[in-house]
Design a protein around this ligand. Structure first.
Ligand SMILES: Nc1nc2c(c(=O)[nH]1)N[C@H]1C(S)=C(S)[C@@H](COP(=O)(O)OP(=O)(O)OC[C@H]3O[C@@H](n4cnc5c(=O)[nH]c(N)nc54)[C@H](O)[C@@H]3O)O[C@H]1N2
Ligand SMILES: Nc1nc2c(c(=O)[nH]1)N[C@H]1C(S)=C(S)[C@@H](COP(=O)(O)OP(=O)(O)OC[C@H]3O[C@@H](n4cnc5c(=O)[nH]c(N)nc54)[C@H](O)[C@@H]3O)O[C@H]1N2
Ligand code: SF4
Ligand SMILES: [Mo]
Length: 709
């Protein structure tokens, strides 16, 4: 029997684990209690890794669809040969843009996949590169380019006196942007922070697991976060609670922002948001008192109405309150797996993330989004890129660890798009709803069969920390790593793939370590050393102090850049609920399912059940004369679903809350009690598309609830 230190990659939290191997099989995984960073934390999903490896539902050989629609087993070599040949044919006939990648959530867990598949697209000269980021929280990622960045970064959670968390529930999702509750054993982190005096403000229409622990829970009406934040800014300005000195030195557009928020008087804000006036004042005073701490958002407001403006106002609150590291401050984590960058107390203006490069064909206002050296197209447009004929039409799609049929806006359109492809290849361990439609399904190596490093979470840690794991076990099956599909095509088509400045020859075949070395080139950590020292390391000797800004720098954080005026105008124009659609539907995450991933695992299924109920306040149910557990119809302007209601006092009246990525493909019959319902049937991929990012309104959807006939 051998024990191996490794880490979970079911989600992005990367909890350290110890795997026990005997007789050629992994026997168990348990939390690594020796890990000083995580303190032995894991969740129920991560504890299913062994079950997942050996369960009968797992695909262990490549599947090819025959003319009759049946799947047959082929070798990975045959699959690669045939896929590469088809790609060659399509590229020569239609050009490289016809070949697209969609990297889904779990693709981010393979530390080589994002960079290698992006590099492959560069080599092929195909701009059709998409990820789940643009149907997730793109405002957070891209709208920041409009404001600019403070080079030394914003306050981390452990240095904060106050945190304001808007539509994010890290105790379930293990997700938080920097400044929020870290995904490393989150409940424990929060308990310790509160003990030392942290004040927690939670803005959420639900009494979430996090809201229960808040000093102040602001139960906002969904979609009205921007109104609330504008109202808070008005109070902060009026009461002089902001950092005027910081604004004077580093900020532009203050007067214009002040003028815009003038219209958001307390009465109106309280009316629109459904939040008592006193609570709004208390939130503004508590947050601005700080003196340290950040406001951050999760998916809640980012998927709803006005995400760009909401994100802008959150950033504005942090900016006017000066919530940044200053000269002489210690940087908690400068990042171990990226090249060292100087931390300076000054603003860096960066090029806008949009406006250059390839345009979307159906909606040319949208196009490539850039961040550093990476770029991607907006995913909500991909179904149209597949369906609309003409030059550049996408004919080949690689779906990597994603499930478009469950996750993309407008499920009917996603289905039509998947059906019309010349070649659909899915890398997935299961016949997911999307994989069932594929020409090839290639099964991946799972977590414990792969080498990986904590690349994705590198910048999220609050201390300099990294872990490298070798594969715990060599698999006997013909399964692949996600990036190997791209390598196989690059090799057959003689493409020259380069990661950063490192050329990656196709022969001999690169190892995963070769790729990770290229991806982390120039970083602080010696990857070879890390590889030989499993277990995860806190690098206590890293000591980075913020340097003073250069004299005479003119760069400023922009509180009123181009586009904000129109976003305010749109917010002011929005009327609340309508007579036709009096309720608002929101999303929230389940502890037992990661988007669509988890229904196949018995221990998780037992907890999550067979359906994703529509949670409503009992008073709403009484008013609608609907009983708990009754089947109802939920109608939006774009579609209709059936759902089973669940009485839930944690939900704000007027709101209906459901998990996403449930249900079946729209062309299948099945009862809602057995399969749940897909809320993306209620979402349009065209109406209310956000400027720049192409984000659709996937939550805060006006709906009508009625008894089923
Ligand atoms: N209405 C609505 N729509 C939403 C959302 C919402 O809140 N509301 N959320 C959005 C968000 S934030 C996101 S990120 C997207 C998610 O969108 P997707 O990423 O497209 O969907 P997932 O369900 O996460 O897909 C994960 C897939 O990975 C597979 N998988 C599991 N383990 C492995 C593995 O080790 N390797 C490989 N190759 N595959 C594996 C699973 O079987 C599953 O099919 O959905 C978005 N869509
Ligand atoms: N267990 C589990 N973990 C996950 C996932 C999962 O499906 N399951 N998905 C992963 C993915 S892909 C992502 S992107 C992250 C997301 O991580 P989070 O952003 O933390 O996602 P949620 O847990 O859904 O929390 C969103 C919160 O927003 C609230 N909300 C909804 N609408 C509004 C609104 O209009 N305004 C405000 N202020 N709040 C609102 C909801 O009630 C909910 O509490 O989680 C990741 N982790
Ligand atoms: S939070 Fe759970 S699923 Fe995510 S890495 Fe940790 S154990 Fe795995
Ligand atoms: Mo996500």
């Amino acid at each position: 029997m051998t024990e191996h230190q490794t880490f979970c990659r079911y989600c992005h939290a990367y909890c350290p684990m110890v795997a026990t191997v005997s007789e050629g099989k992994v026997q168990s995984v348990k939390p690594d209690t020796t890990n000083a960073m995580y303190g032995g934390y894991t969740c129920i999903k991560g504890r299913q890794l062994v079950e997942q490896m050996y369960q009968p539902q797992r695909l262990t050989s490549c599947q090819k669809k025959t003319e009759s629609g049946e799947f047959v087993t082929v070798t990975s070599q045959q699959a690669f040969d045939e896929i590469a040949e088809k790609v060659r044919e399509i590229v020569s006939e239609h050009g490289p843009r016809a070949v697209a990648t969609y990297n889904g959530t779990v693709a981010f867990q393979n530390s080589a996949q994002l960079a290698y598949s992006r590099a492959f697209h560069n080599a092929l000269e195909s701009p059709s590169y998409y990820t789940s980021v643009t149907i997730d929280q793109p405002a957070k990622v891209f709208v920041g380019s409009r404001i600019g960045f403070w080079t030394a970064g914003s306050h981390s959670f452990h240095d904060s006196d106050v945190v304001m968390i808007i539509g994010n529930n890290p105790l379930v999702s293990h997700y938080a942007p920097p400044g929020g509750v870290p995904s490393v054993s989150p409940a424990d982190q929060l308990r310790r922070a509160k003990k030392r005096g942290l004040k927690l403000i939670v803005i959420d229409p639900r009494q979430s697991e996090l809201a229960k622990r808040a000093d102040l829970h602001v139960q906002v009406k969904p979609g009205e976060d921007a109104t609330l934040l504008a109202g808070m800014l008005k109070i902060i300005f009026a009461e002089g609670l902001y950092d005027a000195e910081f604004c004077e030195a580093h900020v532009g557009g203050l007067a214009e922002l002040k003028a815009e928020v003038e219209a958001f008087d307390l009465e109106m804000v309280s009316d629109r948001t459904g939040v008592p006036k006193d609570t709004i004042i208390e939130a503004a005073r508590l947050f601005s008192a700080g003196p340290r701490g950040s406001a951050i958002t999760g998916t809640g407001p980012e998927m709803g109405a006005h995400p760009n403006l909401t994100q802008h106002l959150v950033a504005s609150l942090n900016i006017v309150c000066g919530r940044f590291y200053r000269a002489g401050d210690q940087i908690p984590n400068p990042g171990m797996l990226a090249p060292p960058a100087p931390k300076v107390a000054q603003v860096a203006e960066v090029p806008l993330a949009w406006g250059r490069g390839v345009r979307c064909r159906v909606n040319p206002e949208l196009g490539e989004l850039r961040l550093g050296s990476s770029k991607e197209m907006p995913t909500a447009q991909l179904a149209d890129e597949i369906l609309a004929p003409g030059e550049g039409q996408v004919k080949v799609l690689f779906v990597i660890a994603g499930n478009p049929l469950m996750a993309w806006p407008d499920q009917e359109k996603a289905l039509a798009a998947m059906k019309s492809l010349d070649l659909l290849v899915c890398i997935d361990p299961y016949f997911s709803e999307t994989a069932e439609m594929a020409h090839f399904v290639l099964p991946p190596k799972l977590t414990l069969e792969r080498e990986d490093v904590t690349l994705l979470s590198d910048a999220w840690y609050e201390k300099p920390y990294s872990q490298y794991t070798k594969a715990v076990i060599e698999t006997e099956h013909d399964v692949i790593e996600e990036w190997e599909l791209y390598w196989a095509i690059a090799d057959r088509l003689n493409l020259e793939v380069t990661i950063g400045r490192t050329p990656i020859p196709n022969q001999p075949k690169p190892s995963k370590f070769d790729l990770l070395k290229a991806i982390t080139a120039g970083s602080r950590v010696d990857l070879q050393w890390l590889r030989e020292h499993p277990g995860g390391h806190i690098f206590d000797d890293v000591d980075v102090v913020v340097e003073p800004g250069l004299e005479g720098t003119q760069a400023r954080l922009k509180l009123y850049p181009e586009g904000v005026d129109q976003e305010f105008a749109a917010l002011k124009d929005t009327v609340g609920g309508t007579a036709d659609y009096p309720h608002v539907l929101i999303g929230f995450r389940s502890k037992y399912v990661l988007n669509s991933f988890g229904h196949n695992l018995p221990a998780l299924k037992k907890k999550s059940g067979n359906t994703n109920p529509a949670h409503l306040h009992p008073d709403d149910l009484a008013a609608l004369e609907i009983e708990d557990d009754e089947e109802v119809s939920i109608q939006s302007a774009y579609g209709q679903i059936q759902a089973i209601v669940k009485a839930d006092t944690k939900i704000k009246p007027g709101v209906v809350a459901m998990h996403h990525c449930w249900g079946l493909s729209p062309d299948k019959q099945g009862s809602v009690r057995e399969n749940g319902a897909n809320t993306n049937l209620l979402v349009s991929s065209e109406a209310e598309t956000q400027r720049y990012t192409g984000m659709t309104r996937s939550s805060t959807i006006p709906v009508r609830i009625s008894k089923s006939a």
